[in-house]
Design a protein around this ligand. Sequence first.
Ligand SMILES: [Zn+2]
Length: 69
Amino acid sequence: MRRGRTTLHFERGGFYADVENVSAMLCGRCGARSVPGVTALKISDAIEKLFRAGKDLDMTGISFHKLAS
Ligand SMILES: [Zn+2]
């Protein structure tokens, strides 16, 4: 595992959120990603708010949109 950056994807109820440039430990061999607990908590908090609001909350690094049907 090495330190790096990754993009996380979340999807719920027809909405889709991308969180870019997340610090994580990455495995070059199998592609496994591990996000540190504090970071994961912060992200899930932000994502939770986005999904609740149903729109972009003007947060840097998070792209939030409705899935094309
Ligand atoms: Zn691995």
